[in-house]
Design a protein around this ligand. Structure first.
Ligand code: CTP
Ligand code: MG
Length: 224
């Protein structure tokens, strides 16, 4: 059964980009002459499945961000950790039936991946994440650097964004998160509730621009 609903995309873009090491916050670094945050918003809008976009940026960059995105895109101030920024975005998305959370740092995400996630939500899934097989062997290590285990790679996936949720489920997950909770993604908070999170095939182009090497790759893919 297809259920329609209002889709609001939150774009966390309030990080500092410490690992990238550029002079300005990462989402404002340009790829082919365009700031990552603008490219990410354009990708969401051009998917045709997003009704509204809320961008979350460092508070001192609110005005600058508003100049970089289309007029209908709302811009709000983020917080110290990603979880704080997503919370700020959710506060601005009370009209949502479905929420997508999509890192500005995944600027080259194809619109087809956005629609793949939304299709699953509209088909009745309440939490959907893009996933790719991992190429490297992953090991766990202890504080001394000694290996403590080698999980079966066949069962591991690298998880991307956009992550899609029924809005009330994501609100419940954030409400239940303990103060100072550590989560590197939003689905992790939903998993804590014991709710099912479904994967869809991710896309290599949705890689997160984290390091200088990632930025070189993104610029080379985008032609500048
Ligand atoms: N983010 C955010 N608010 C924060 C931290 C991160 O909105 N307080 C956003 C980033 O802007 C990015 C996404 O979350 O789009 C993923 O985070 P990450 O890649 O870690 O970006 P940064 O935190 O900026 O980078 P770093 O960890 O290297 O400082
Ligand atoms: Mg970070």
């Amino acid at each position: 059964m297809q259920v329609r609903g209002r889709v609001v995309a939150l774009v966390p873009a309030a990080g500092r980009g410490t690992r990238l090491g550029e002079a300005q916050p990462k989402a404002f670094v340009e790829i082919a002459g365009c700031p990552m945050v603008s490219i990410a918003v354009e990708g969401l809008l051009s998917s045709g499945v997003v009704d509204r976009v809320v961008v979350v940026v460092p508070s001192e960059l609110l005005a600058r961000a508003a100049d970089l995105v289309p007029e209908q895109v709302q811009v709000v101030a983020g917080g110290a950790e990603r979880i704080d920024s997503v919370r700020a975005g959710m506060d601005a998305a009370s009209d949502a039936d479905f929420v997508l959370v999509h890192d500005a740092a995944r600027a080259l995400t194809p619109p087809s991946l956005v629609s793949r996630v939304v299709s699953e939500l509209q088909a009745g899934r309440s939490a959907v994440v893009p996933a790719l097989p991992v190429a490297d062997t992953i090991k766990t290590v202890d504080d001394a650097g000694d290996v403590t285990g080698t999980p079966d790679r066949a069962q591991l996936r690298a998880i991307q964004t956009p992550q899609g949720f029924a809005a009330d489920l994501l609100r419940r997950a954030y409400a239940a998160a303990p103060a100072g909770a550590f989560a590197t993604d939003d689905a992790g908070l939903v998993e804590r509730l014991g709710e099912r999170v479904h994967t869809v095939p991710g896309d290599p182009l949705a890689f997160k621009i984290t390091t200088p090497l990632d930025l070189r790759l993104a610029r080379s893919l985008a032609g500048g």
